[in-house]
Design a protein around this ligand. Structure first.
Ligand code: HDE
Length: 683
C-alpha cells in the first residue's frame, strides 16, 4: 500500500526492536527440543507400559510439557486486564529544553522507540472491547536516559482524590462479590452506591456516562495524564504540566445500542481495528501536548491543581503540541509483550517530576507492588519488553528469574574493592535529582478544603457538550441506574446529579419510576468547547464502509469501490457467499463477508448496491441492515434502484445519499468525515 511505503522509515527497526530481536525464537526449519535443548522424537503419544498400559514416570518430556502448560497463566492485572499493545516511535517537534531537560524532547525530530498499551479498566482479560468504561493508555518511552512511562486514561479526571480509596472504588465497579455479575459494566448497585456515597466522583462519572466511554476506535480517542506533573529544566526551574494525547483522526464515539451489539458480534472490535490498521500500514498517530502552568500560578484557579477530579480548561491554559506518536508495528507475541509489559508512573527521566497530588502519590506505590505479584518477583524489569535500551548497573542481585549474570566480587555501595563502581552520577552527569520542593505541615489524615467543590466542573462538562452528546449522557445515566436494584441507590443518584443538571435527574427519575426532584438553582459558569467531540478533527481516512451486493450488480460499482479504496477508505464487500461476485459486465469484486458474518454495527457506513440475483433472505437482511445503520446515525448510501427500501421521509434525512449521478465520491467522503448525522430523526 502507498501509505505503507510512505512511512517505511518508521518501520525500520529502532533500537528497542533490535534489542527484542535477541529474544525471538523462530521455529521455521528447526527440530523440536525440550527446554533443555534435547531433540524430541515423539510429541503425540506419552510413554506407556504397553500400547494399552499406564503412562510411566520416565516420560520427562510429557511431564515438562504438561507442567509448563499448567503454569501458563499469570494473574491478570487487577484493573486494566483487557488490553492491546503496539510498538511505535515518538518524534519530538522541537527543542523543549527551556521547559524540561527530558532528553527525548531535547531536539526537533528526535525519535524515541516506544510501546503503547490501551485497555479497558473494569473487565477481565477476556471481556469485550466496547463496554462503557474509561480506556487506559500507557506509553513506555525507551529513551536514551532510561524508560519513561506516561500512564494515562482517555478521560482527564478520576473518580477519587486519594490513592487510599482506590481499592474501594475498584471493588465497587468490579462484578459484585456474591455472584460475580456484571462483567465489565458499571451498571449495577455497588458502583452507583460508591459514587453517591463519594460525591467527589461527580465529574468523572459525567465523563464515564458520556460518549467518551464508548470510543469508535482506539485510534480515535484523546488521552490525558490526569495528574499535574512537573517539568524541570537544566537550571532547576520547575513548571506544572498536564499531558494530552490528540489523535490525528479526531475523537469519535459509537452509540450505546451499537456498542452493546458489537460486543456480541465481535468482542475484539477495538483490538482487531488497531491490529488491522497497523497491518495495513494505516499507522495510528497521536500528537502529544502539554498544558504549562508557571509555579507562581499554582493558586490562580478556583480549583486545586493537585486535585485529580479537576481538569484545566484548554481555553484557560492552552495545549502546546510538542511531538507525535506513531504506532507502526504489532507485537510479535501477545503474552511476551502486551501481557508482560509493566508500566509505572514512577518510571521517570530527568526533567519530569511529581507533584503532591494524593492520587498520584498512591499510584507511585501501587504499580511496582502489583508487578511483583503479577510477574512473579523483582526482576520484571529484565523481561525483554520492559528492559530499557540503556544498560542497567546497580547492586541489586538475585531473586526469581534473574537473567543478568552480574560479574565481580562486590554488590554493595560504597566499595573499595571495585573502585566504588557502579558509581552515582551527579545531575550534570545525568543523575536523577528530585525537584527540591519545600514541604511542611502537620502529620494529618485530612484533605485540603480546596478539594471540596465536586460539582462546578461536572456542570461545566455537561454544559460544554452539544445537545446530542447531552442526550446520550442522560440516556446512559438512565440505562445504568435502571439496572440497579436498590431504590436507595437510585434515589441517591437522582439527588446527586440534580446538583449538575435537572434534566439528568428528571430523566433518571422517569426511567426508574421515582419522583422527579425539585429543580435547583444551578450556576452555569465557564463552558469549554474543547470538551465537546463536535469540535474535533474530522477525516474520512480509514473509515470502513460495508458494501452489500449480489451477483449481477451494476458494474460501475467496481470502479467506485476501487476509487474509494484509493482515497484511503476501507470498503468490505458483503454478499451471499465469500469470494468472487460477478457484476453485470465482465468485472468482479471479492466478497469478504456474508450475510451470516457481517453486520453494519461493525462499519462506519453502509452502501446498499444490490444486484440482479437476490433472494428473499438477501432482501430482508438488506432492509434490516439499512435500518440499523440509519438508527445509528451512520452515512447510508443507496444505489438508485434500492431507494425504494426507504420511505420518502427517510430519504430526506441527513446523511442519506441516493446514488443517481456518476460521480458521488466527493459527497461520500464528506459524509464519511462527518462520522454521524445526529440531526437525523430516527423514529
Ligand atoms: Fe492505575 N493501576 N491506578 N490509573 N492504571 C494499574 O498497575 C492505580 C489511575 C492506569 O496497560 C495497575 O500494572 C492506583 C489513574 C493504566 O499495563 C495498578 C490508582 C490513571 C493502567 C494501578 C490508579 C491510571 C493502570 C494494575 C489510584 C490514569 C494499565 C496493573 C491511586 C492517569 C497499564 C498495573 C497497562 C494499571 C493502580 C489510578 C491509569 C493496580 C492505586 C488516575 C493506563 O497498579
Amino acid at each position: 500500500m502507498d501509505n505503507k511505503k510512505a512511512s517505511k522509515k518508521d518501520v525500520d527497526k529502532n533500537l528497542k526492536q533490535k534489542q527484542l530481536e535477541n529474544h525471538k525464537v523462530i521455529n521455521d526449519g528447526e527440530f523440536m527440543t525440550t527446554n533443555q535443548g534435547l531433540k524430541v522424537s515423539e510429541d503425540e503419544m506419552s510413554l506407556k507400559a504397553g500400547t494399552r498400559g499406564p503412562t510411566i514416570m520416565d516420560d520427562f518430556h510429557f511431564r515438562e510439557k504438561m507442567t509448563h502448560f499448567d503454569h501458563e497463566r499469570i494473574p491478570e492485572r487487577i484493573v486494566h486486564a483487557r488490553g492491546q499493545g503496539a510498538h511505535g516511535i515518538f518524534e519530538s517537534y522541537q527543542d523543549l529544553s527551556e521547559i524540561t531537560m527530558a532528553d527525548f524532547l531535547s531536539e526537533k525530530g528526535k525519535r524515541t522507540p516506544l510501546f503503547c498499551r490501551f485497555s479497558t479498566v473494569a473487565g477481565s482479560r477476556g471481556s469485550a472491547d466496547t463496554v462503557r468504561d474509561a480506556r487506559g493508555w500507557a506509553v513506555k518511552f525507551y529513551t536514551q536516559k532510561g524508560n519513561y512511562d506516561l500512564v494515562s486514561n482517555n478521560m482527564p479526571v478520576f473518580f477519587i482524590h486519594d490513592g487510599i480509596k482506590f481499592p474501594d472504588f475498584v471493588h465497587a465497579v468490579k462484578p459484585e462479590p456474591h455472584n460475580e455479575i456484571p462483567q465489565a459494566a458499571s451498571a449495577h448497585d455497588t458502583f452507583w452506591d460508591f459514587i453517591t456515597q463519594n460525591q467527589e466522583a461527580a465529574h468523572m462519572v459525567m465523563w464515564a456516562m458520556s460518549d467518551r466511554a464508548i470510543p469508535r476506535s482506539l485510534r480515535m480517542m484523546e488521552g490525558f495524564g490526569v495528574h499535574t506533573y512537573r517539568m524541570v529544566n537544566k537550571q532547576g526551574k520547575s513548571r506544572f504540566v498536564k499531558f494530552h494525547w490528540k489523535p490525528l483522526l479526531g475523537t469519535h464515539s459509537l452509540v450505546w445500542d451499537e456498542a452493546q451489539k458489537i460486543n456480541g458480534k465481535n468482542p475484539d472490535f477495538h483490538r482487531q481495528d488497531l491490529w488491522d490498521s497497523i497491518e495495513m500500514g494505516n499507522y495510528p498517530e497521536y500528537e502529544l501536548g502539554i498544558q504549562i502552568l508557571e509555579n507562581e500560578d499554582e493558586f490562580k484557579f478556583d480549583f486545586d491543581i493537585l486535585d485529580a477530579t479537576k481538569l484545566w480548561p484548554e481555553e484557560l491554559v492552552p495545549v502546546k503540541i510538542i511531538g507525535k506518536m506513531i504506532l507502526n508495528k504489532n507485537p510479535d507475541n501477545f503474552f511476551a509483550e502486551t501481557e508482560q509489559v509493566a508500566f509505572h508512573p514512577g518510571h521517570v527521566v530527568p526533567g519530569i517530576d511529581f507533584t503532591n497530588d494524593p492520587l498520584l502519590q498512591g499510584r507511585l506505590f501501587s504499580y511496582t507492588d502489583t508487578q511483583l505479584i503479577r510477574l512473579g518477583g523483582p526482576n520484571f524489569h529484565e523481561i525483554p519488553i520492559n528492559r530499557p535500551i540503556v544498560a542497567i548497573h546497580n547492586n541489586q542481585r538475585d531473586g526469581y528469574n534473574r537473567q543478568d549474570i552480574n560479574i565481580g566480587q562486590t554488590s554493595y555501595h560504597r566499595n573499595g574493592l571495585n573502585g566504588n563502581y557502579p558509581r552515582t552520577a551527579s545531575p550534570e552527569e545525568g543523575g536523577y535529582h528530585h525537584y527540591e520542593e519545600k514541604v511542611e505541615g502537620y502529620k494529618i489524615r485530612a484533605r485540603s478544603d480546596s478539594f471540596d467543590d465536586h460539582f462546578t466542573q461536572a456542570i461545566m462538562f455537561y454544559n460544554s457538550l452539544s445537545k446530542p452528546e447531552q442526550k446520550h449522557l442522560r440516556d446512559a445515566f438512565s440505562f445504568e441506574v435502571s439496572k440497579c436494584k436498590s431504590e436507595m441507590v437510585q434515589k441517591n443518584t437522582i439527588e446527586m446529579f440534580n446538583n449538575v443538571d435537572h434534566d439528568i435527574a428528571r430523566d433518571i427519575a422517569m426511567a426508574v419510576g421515582l419522583p422527579v426532584p425539585k429543580k435547583k438553582e444551578i450556576k452555569v459558569g465557564l463552558k469549554s468547547p474543547a470538551l465537546s467531540q463536535e469540535n474535533t478533527r474530522k477525516s474520512y481516512k480509514t473509515r470502513k464502509i460495508m458494501a452489500i451486493l449480489s451477483e449481477g450488480f451494476d458494474e460501475k460499482y467496481v470502479d467506485l469501490i476501487k476509487e474509494l479504496k484509493s482515497s484511503g477508505v476501507q470498503v468490505e464487500v458483503l454478499s451471499t457467499h465469500l469470494g468472487e461476485i460477478k457484476s453485470s459486465g465482465e468485472k468482479t469484486v471479492k466478497a469478504e463477508q456474508t450475510l451470516l458474518t457481517g453486520h453494519p454495527v461493525l462499519y462506519d457506513a453502509l452502501y446498499v448496491i444490490g444486484g440482479k440475483k437476490q433472494d428473499k433472505e438477501f432482501e430482508s437482511k438488506t432492509e434490516e441492515f439499512l435500518m440499523e445503520a440509519f438508527k445509528h446515525y451512520k452515512p447510508v448510501f443507496l444505489a438508485k434502484e434500492k431507494s425504494s427500501l426507504f420511505k420518502k421521509a427517510k430519504l430526506g434525512e441527513p446523511g442519506v445519499l441516493v446514488d443517481d449521478t456518476e460521480n458521488n465520491i466527493e459527497k461520500i467522503l464528506e459524509m464519511l468525515s462527518n462520522h454521524r448525522f445526529w440531526d437525523r430523526k430516527i423514529y
